[in-house]
Write a protein that binds this ligand. Structure first.
Ligand SMILES: Cc1cc2nc3c(=O)[nH]c(=O)nc-3n(C[C@H](O)[C@H](O)[C@H](O)COP(=O)(O)OP(=O)(O)OC[C@H]3O[C@@H](n4cnc5c(N)ncnc54)[C@H](O)[C@@H]3O)c2cc1C
Length: 490
């Protein structure tokens, strides 16, 4: 079978892929396909089903602005409800049937002669004028390779083994990131013993979590402006906190709230010392939970330093103390600084994005376009995370960016566009400079925000308002060619 040709190919049907399909459709572009290796939409929310899984940004902001949901049952909703929302949204906007499920993209190469992307997939070859890569920033689970072999049951939180009953088991949790702090309080009461192996303690702020009464849901349904006001209020509070992220000294004051929560919830001074971070709040991802610290104070729970080695039936910590267990749960997060997509996207000379990013730090223009990779738009690329915001706003703006670029290409008859190298360079210099005084860089920690060389490849250094304002397609930022591969004026 020959390659199927489309104007736009989208990789992934998570929140980004769905938003892109909706934005394309709304712009009158129907010649696109969404390729999704899973069997449903939702991405993160399809894959992560661990107990207690939910968002840590309030739901009225962790949802599309164009598709508000007055019926969120909690201020911070749980995974099943979030997954239902994205499925319903894809159906409501008529894009669900444009998704080819069970199709994994294994390679994408820019063909300069044809001015098209050539995609190898588990369903044969596709060609596309534009490639929108939305395979997820937190998608590939990381399991540390510890010396030794464990013979019990082991799984990563993103691949939760629901067939394995934890009741009465002796369990080790390795890693204390955002997922672990959600599932530890859920499993602690049912296991016989829980050994938590922590490399670095994180700051944990309390979570204003409550169920939303049906009267409030009804009000937001019948008077939509009230729902919009709630969203705006949530945004305003997060934007205000964002000021502290940009000024490390100010953040140290905000940190008092987290220290107070630790003091209030953990009365044992030795345990409190183990759980006290040595860096400024916000330098690593901030955790929010009301139940994590109380879970760690239970008599069947013990906190250990980082796991160092495994035996057939135990995990041994960096202090040499062994914990006998029959189950290991890895709460060790995802591949972030070395995203898998970079290994299968190639420029016109056959160089992968990963090889480019191994010589230069991972960079993109507005986290979206990459010099040397024509007609490619990446979602949630380098330096697009403000650290204090819902990713959904960024996604929506990126989706519109792609739709506007594709519309401009169709309108003007452009075959390709590629961000101008000087625009790319100037932008990334400004980002690096602005990141200097932020808590991400000046907060005294090493984090997944920074690569092995210490370059911050994750954070957006300015306000969320500026992110939304800057993330606009401007043809002048691009070199444009016509079908004869001649440069034309944008
Ligand atoms: C447990 C958890 C909780 C989170 N909570 C929050 C939160 O509260 N607030 C927040 O702002 N962010 C949160 N995030 C971040 C979250 O990843 C994003 O909010 C959001 O899911 C990103 O959407 P996405 O569509 O870009 O990626 P994803 O949701 O990861 O979707 C990517 C999709 O691409 C598919 N895919 C990947 N590779 C291929 C391929 N080669 N071929 C075909 N398909 C492919 C995957 O199967 C997946 O369906 C959380 C993440 C996790 C893991």
């Amino acid at each position: 079978m020959g390659a199927r040709d489309v104007r736009v190919a989208v990789i992934g049907a998570g929140p980004s892929g769905i938003a892109t399909a909706i934005a394309l459709r709304r712009s009158g572009i129907t010649d696109y396909v969404v390729l999704e290796k899973g069997d449903d939409v939702g991405g993160t929310w399809r894959e992560n089903t661990y107990p207690g899984c939910g968002c840590d940004v309030p739901s009225h902001w962790y949802s599309y602005s164009f598709d508000p949901n007055p019926f969120w049952s909690r201020f911070y909703s749980r995974q099943p409800e979030i997954q239902r929302y994205f499925r319903a949204s894809a159906r409501r906007h008529d894009v669900y049937d444009d998704i080819r499920f069970g199709v994994a993209v294994t390679a994408a190469r820019w063909d300069p002669a044809a001015q098209r992307w050539r995609l190898k997939t588990s369903d044969g070859e596709y060609t596309a004028q534009v490639l929108a890569a939305a395979p997820g920033p937190l998608h590939e689970p990381v399991v540390p390779s510890l010396p030794g072999t464990f013979e019990g049951t082991a799984f990563h939180s993103a691949r939760w083994d629901h067939g394995h009953d934890l009741t009465g088991k002796r369990v080790a949790v390795i890693g204390t990131g955002a997922s672990a702090i959600q599932f530890i309080p859920e499993i602690a009461p049912k296991v016989a013993s829980l050994h938590v192996f922590q490399r670095t303690p994180s700051w944990v702020l309390s979570k204003l979590d409550f169920s939303i009464p049906w009267t409030a849901q009804y009000l937001m349904r019948t008077v939509p402006i009230t729902g919009r006001a709630v969203r705006l209020g949530i945004y305003a509070v997060h934007e205000a906190i964002g000021v502290a992220f940009r000024h490390e000294a100010l953040m140290r004051r905000v940190q008092t709230a987290a220290r107070l929560q630790l003091f209030r919830q953990v009365r044992d001074a030795r345990l409190r010392a183990k759980l006290s971070p040595s860096f400024t709040l916000g330098c690593k991802r901030i955790m929010v939970s009301n139940t994590y610290y109380p879970a760690l104070t239970r008599s069947n729970v013990q906190v250990h330093p980082a796991a160092a080695r495994l035996t057939a039936n135990s995990v041994i910590g960096a202090d040499g103390v062994a914990a006998a267990v029959d189950t290991i749960i890895y709460g060790t997060g995802f591949e972030i600084t070395d995203p898998p997509v970079a290994r299968y996207v190639f420029d016109g000379d056959g160089n992968s994005l990963a090889s480019r990013w191994s010589t230069d730090p991972p960079q993109a223009y507005l986290g979206t376009a990459i010099a040397g990779f024509p007609n490619l738009f990446v979602f949630l690329g380098p330096n697009l995370a403000p650290g204090h915001a819902s990713v959904l706003g960024t996604i929506e703006n990126q989706a519109q960016y792609v739709a506007d670029a594709v519309s401009a290409m169709a309108r003007s008859g452009w075959a390709s566009l590629q961000v101008r190298p000087e625009v790319h360079r100037r932008y990334n210099e400004a980002v690096a400079k602005a990141l200097g005084p932020t808590v991400y860089n000046a907060g005294g920690c090493s984090s997944y925000y920074r690569d092995a060389e210490g370059h911050n490849v994750a954070n957006w250094p300015w306000s969320v308002a500026r992110l939304y304002r800057d993330l606009r397609f401007r043809a002048g930022d691009y070199q444009v060619t016509n079908a004869d591969r001649d440069l034309v004026n944008a």
